[in-house]
Every structure is written in C-alpha cells, then in structure tokens.
Design a protein around this ligand. Structure first.
Ligand code: GDP
Length: 140
C-alpha cells in the first residue's frame, strides 16, 4: 500500500445544493485525510485549463460553463491508496450507474452535474493538486 494524495472538487451543483458538509462527512468517514482546502470560483480560462484533456469532447463547452457557474470546494485528500479509494467513494460518472452509498448516488443530478471530481491516476493527481495549491497551502 502506498500513501497517495488526490485532488477532490465539490462541484458547483453540490455547493449550490448545500451539500458541502454532507460530502465532507462522507470523505471523513472513509478515512481520507484533508491536507488542504479552499473555495474557488473558477474563471473560464481556469476551468478550460483544468479540463484540457477533454477539450476535443463534444461536451467540453458545457462542462466549462458548468464548472464556472458558481463556487466549488477544492481539496487535497491523503491516505493509503487514496486515488482509487476516493474514486470508489465518488461512484460512477453517470449517477444512474453509481453504487448505493456513493457520493454521486446521493448527490449527483446527471452525468455532467455529478457533484464531485477526483483525480484518476498518480500523474494526474500531481498535476491537479499543483493546479490549485502551492506547497505552503498543504499541511504536513
Ligand atoms: P470522471 O473522471 O468520473 O469525473 O469522468 P470523466 O473524466 O469521463 O469526465 C469529466 C467530467 O466531464 C465528468 O465528471 C462530468 O462532469 C463531465 N462529463 C462526462 N461525460 C459527460 C457527457 O457525456 N456529457 C456531459 N455534458 N458532461 C460529461
């Protein structure tokens, strides 16, 4: 087992619906440690940069519009196997396919407005955590 860090975003839909507290409780109950956290209102450029890997996808414009539609809560989570564990806690991208007890099952509206983001691999986690946080913003 390796201790990993991963980037979590509580997306604008979940923030607007008042679900920050409930989602953080699920993260805490799963034993993932919060190393950094802040609320951000992404600009178009920032959201485009964050989702640059999806820029050729047909839904890219809509996704950027959604991610800039209101404040989001970004955090760095740490734990053994944190990347896979957080993806499991999030549930499937499409909430219709998400397992019971997952964040997306509880709080997502549809495949786009799906409450949370989590990094999918160590390489993307490193890029994504650095995108939002400097080292001084992370606790030891
Ligand atoms: P994730 O890793 O589970 O977040 O999923 P992806 O990396 O495949 O997609 C990134 C994000 O794009 C998702 O979390 C959704 O917010 C959005 N998304 C994915 N698929 C679709 C789609 O078919 N249509 C729309 N509008 N948005 C999508």
């Amino acid at each position: 087992m390796t201790v990993e860090t991963t980037l979590s975003i509580i997306k604008p839909d979940a923030v607007a619906a008042g679900n920050i507290g409930a989602i953080l409780q699920m993260i805490s109950d799963a034993g993932l440690k919060i190393k950094a956290m802040k609320m951000v209102q992404m600009s178009q450029k920032e959201a485009e940069g964050f989702y640059a890997v999806h820029k050729e996808r047909p839904f890219f414009g809509e996704l950027v519009e959604f991610m800039t539609s209101g404040p989001a809560v970004v955090s760095i989570l740490e734990g053994e196997n944190a990347i896979a564990r957080y993806r499991e806690l999030m549930g499937a991208t499409n909430p219709e396919q998400a397992e019971e007890g997952t964040i997306r099952k509880n709080f997502a509206t549809n495949i786009q407005n799906n409450a949370v983001h989590g990094s999918d691999a160590p390489e993307t986690a490193a890029v994504e955590t650095a995108y939002f946080f400097s080292s001084i913003e992370q606790v030891n």
